[in-house]
Design a protein around this ligand. Structure first.
Ligand SMILES: Cc1cc2nc3c(=O)[nH]c(=O)nc-3n(C[C@H](O)[C@H](O)[C@H](O)COP(=O)(O)OP(=O)(O)OC[C@H]3O[C@@H](n4cnc5c(N)ncnc54)[C@H](O)[C@@H]3O)c2cc1C
Length: 411
C-alpha cells in the first residue's frame, strides 16, 4: 500500500464507498466491493496512486460525491476508489472571470464565494449543495443556466488531467469530459463564470407547445417545465389547487407578467427534485435528452406509465427530461417498476432521443451516445491498455451490458 495518503479499508467504509445515489437493487448484486478507498490531498498523491495501480494492475474508480445515478463511481470490478473530497481548493481570477478549482470543490461552496465577489457560476447542477467539479465534468451534464450557456464542458476553458501517461493540460475536452474518469482524472479545471445578476422566477400555466415557444422566445437564463402529475407528487403550490395545466417557470433578469410567488417557490425548491413528498416510500427515475419538437409525444408516453416529469429546456432546442415513478418497495411486485427507466428510454429512442448519460448502467448506449466513439475507444486503448481506469464504464465490458440489453427487451 502507499504510505502517507489517507485511506480506509474497513468493511463499513468499503461498503459505503461502493454505491452511488441509484445502485438499483436488481443489478447491484453484480458489483464487487471497493478493496480500499484512497483520499489524495494533491496532484502528486494522485500520480502515486496511478503508478501503484499500474504496477499492481488494480482498477481505479474516481469519486466525487457519488450523486450521479449512472454507476460511474461504483467499483463494479473492485479496486481502489479514489475519493477526491480532500482536493477541494478553489480560487477565482476576478479579472478574467475564471474559476480555478480542484476536483473535490463543491459547486454551492463555490457559488457562495463567487457571489461575495459580485460573480456567479454560469451553470451548475441541481445537486450543487453536494456535487463536485470533477464529478460534473466526469459526467458532463446540463443544469441550471444550461438554456443560456449549454453543458458544463462548454463552460470549461481548460482542464488538467492525470493518467498513466502523467499530466496533460488541455483545452480539448473531447477525450475527457463525460468519460467518467475512464481516460484520466481531472485534477484541476479552469471554468468561465459571469457577473452576478438578480434573477426573478415566473410561473405560467401553459401546455407544452406554448411552454416551448415562451422558453425559446428570448435568451432567458433558465426554463423548467413541471407536469401536473409532478406537482401533485411533490405536494407543491403551497396547498393551493393544482393548476389545470402544466407549469412553466422562466428564470430571467427581465420583468415578466407571470406568477412570481409560485415561480419563486418552485425555483427555491430546485435542489430537491427527488424530494417527492406524497409518492410513498420510493421513486424510480428516468432521464433522457430529447429534441423540443418531440417533447409532447414523449411526455404523453411517460404520463401513460403514471410518472411525473420535470423538463429543463437547454440551448439548441434540446430538453433534459427527468421523470419519476412512485414505487412502494414493500410491495413484492414493485420490482417490475424498476424497468420504468428502460421503458422510458425505449420511448425516447423511438422519438430520436437518447439516454442522459452512460456511466455503468448505460454503457451499451455509448456507440450512439458519443459521436466519436471509435476514436475514443482507440484513445482509451492507447493510454490504458489494461483497462484499469474505471473499467466497465462508458466502454462496455463484462456481463452487465448484456443483462441491461435483455432487461430493455423485456420492459
Ligand atoms: C438531487 C440531484 C440533482 C441532480 N441534478 C443534476 C443536474 O442538474 N444536472 C446533472 O447533470 N446531473 C445532476 N445530478 C446528477 C449528479 O449530481 C451530477 O452528475 C453531479 O455532477 C455528479 O457529481 P459528483 O461529485 O457526485 O460525482 P460522482 O457521482 O462521484 O461521479 C460522477 C462521475 O464522474 C467521475 N468522476 C468523479 N470525479 C472525477 C474526476 N476528478 N475526474 C474524472 N472523473 C471523475 C466518476 O467516476 C463518475 O463516473 C443530480 C443528482 C441529484 C441526486
Amino acid at each position: 500500500m502507499i504510505d502517507h495518503i489517507p485511506q480506509r479499508s474497513d468493511l463499513t467504509q468499503r461498503y459505503l464507498y461502493s454505491h452511488d445515489i441509484a445502485s438499483p437493487p436488481i443489478i447491484s448484486k453484480f458489483f464487487k466491493l471497493a478493496d480500499v478507498v484512497m483520499q489524495p490531498e494533491n496532484e502528486d498523491d494522485v500520480l502515486r496512486i496511478l503508478l501503484y495501480a499500474k504496477e499492481k494492475k488494480i482498477p481505479l474508480i474516481a469519486r466525487g460525491s457519488a450523486t450521479s445515478g449512472y454507476g460511474g463511481a461504483v467499483p463494479y470490478k473492485g479496486g481502489i476508489v479514489v475519493d477526491f473530497s480532500r482536493m477541494d481548493h478553489f480560487e477565482v481570477d476576478e479579472e478574467r472571470k475564471i474559476l480555478i478549482a480542484e476536483p473535490g470543490a463543491v459547486w454551492w461552496d463555490i457559488e457562495r464565494k463567487l457571489n461575495k465577489l459580485g460573480l456567479s457560476l454560469r451553470v451548475y447542477p441541481t445537486s450543487a449543495p453536494s456535487s463536485t467539479v470533477g464529478g460534473w465534468i466526469g459526467q458532463n451534464g446540463y443544469g441550471v443556466g444550461s438554456l443560456a450557456f449549454g453543458s458544463i464542458a462548454e463552460n470549461v476553458e481548460k482542464i488538467r488531467v492525470a493518467n498513466f501517461e502523467g499530466i496533460v493540460e488541455t483545452r480539448d475536452l473531447r477525450f475527457y469530459a463525460g468519460l467518467h474518469g475512464t481516460t484520466g482524472f481531472v485534477v484541476k479545471a479552469w471554468i468561465k463564470v459571469k457577473d452576478y445578476e438578480d434573477l426573478n422566477a415566473y410561473a405560467f400555466h401553459v401546455d407544452v407547445e406554448e411552454a416551448i415557444k415562451i422558453a425559446y422566445a428570448r435568451k432567458h437564463y433558465s426554463a423548467l417545465y413541471l407536469t401536473r402529475r409532478y406537482l401533485e407528487m411533490k405536494n407543491m403550490v403551497s396547498g393551493n389547487e393544482i393548476p389545470e395545466k402544466d407549469t412553466l417557470v422562466i428564470v430571467t433578469a427581465e420583468k415578466l407578467d407571470g406568477d412570481e410567488e409560485l415561480g419563486e417557490e418552485i425555483w427555491n425548491d430546485r435542489f430537491y427534485p427527488l424530494r417527492i413528498r406524497r409518492a410513498g416510500p420510493g421513486v424510480v427515475a428516468a432521464e433522457v435528452l430529447i429534441d423540443a419538437e418531440k417533447l409532447k409525444a414523449y411526455l404523453n408516453s411517460v404520463e401513460g406509465f403514471g410518472a411525473g416529469t420535470e423538463v429543463w429546456f437547454l440551448k439548441n432546442s434540446l430538453c433534459s427530461v427527468l421523470s419519476f415513478m412512485p414505487v412502494d418497495e414493500r410491495d413484492g411486485r414493485s420490482v417490475f417498476k424498476y424497468t420504468f427507466s428502460l421503458k422510458a428510454l425505449k420511448e425516447a429512442k423511438k422519438l430520436g432521443g437518447r439516454v442522459y448519460s452512460t456511466g455503468l448502467y448505460f454503457s451499451k448506449e455509448s456507440k450512439s451516445f458519443y459521436e466519436n466513439f471509435d476514436e475514443l475507444l482507440r484513445f482509451k486503448k492507447s493510454i490504458d491498455p489494461e483497462n484499469l481506469l474505471n473499467p466497465g464504464k462508458v466502454f462496455p465490458s463484462g456481463s452487465l451490458p448484456i443483462i441491461m440489453g435483455f432487461l430493455e427487451v423485456l420492459s
